[in-house]
Design a protein around this ligand. Sequence first.
Ligand code: SF4
Length: 247
Amino acid sequence: MTVINPIQEAEALAAKLERLDLAGRLSLVAGLGGRVVFTTSLGIEDQVITAEIGTHRLPIDVVTLQTGRLFKETLDLIGETESQYDIHITRYEPEQADIDAYAAKYGMNGFYESVEARHACCSVRKLKPLARALEGATIWITGLRRGQSANRAETPFAEYDAERHLLKVNPLADWDIDAIKVFVADNGVPINPLHARGYPSIGCEPCTRAIKPGEPERAGRWWWEQDEKRECGLHVAEETASIVAQQ
Ligand code: SF4
């Protein structure tokens, strides 16, 4: 009997996913068994995936990280999306004790002061809730695209997340933003009105600004930091993604 390791399993899955359209990719993954979780930030890419899950009634848990610092427009879109697709989006929130401890040490908006303080906030408001959201999951679906940033340019269709012991699947890895917009228009997918106001990538309100013409899609995230590879820790740099795995 041939025994394949999780990395080989991910590579084999990625090869199959590459040949399918989006609905086919999601159906294949949903049929693999175990708990399949899709984490949505309600961004335009994620809305495309949610639309396919809802339209095809796929057995995939749709969850979001309700950090407590989201835009009102994002919060409104959660309910609108649930209503349109008759699905439930489970909200995972930070622990109040963690927020209090963070505020005591750094100040509620201490994330502007240092990268360490920013990572600490993302850890409390995103990473710890993500860990709870993925408890018991065998597959984690994300809306990562290669065109979103240089940091995501090598995003595979599937990879092994050794830290979380699951397969991470990125079914939109090869989609460009124009294809996303066409899908949204053709299918009447609800999207965040902030996209039309210069926000291609939307995270927490205090950490997201509109971008200027010609800037990279994620230039408005943690704009005060200099590191071109800045992320929130949900998805780490590609060179380590197959070993260690951030929305
Ligand atoms: S994006 Fe900003 S507000 Fe949101 S968790 Fe990270 S540092 Fe905190």
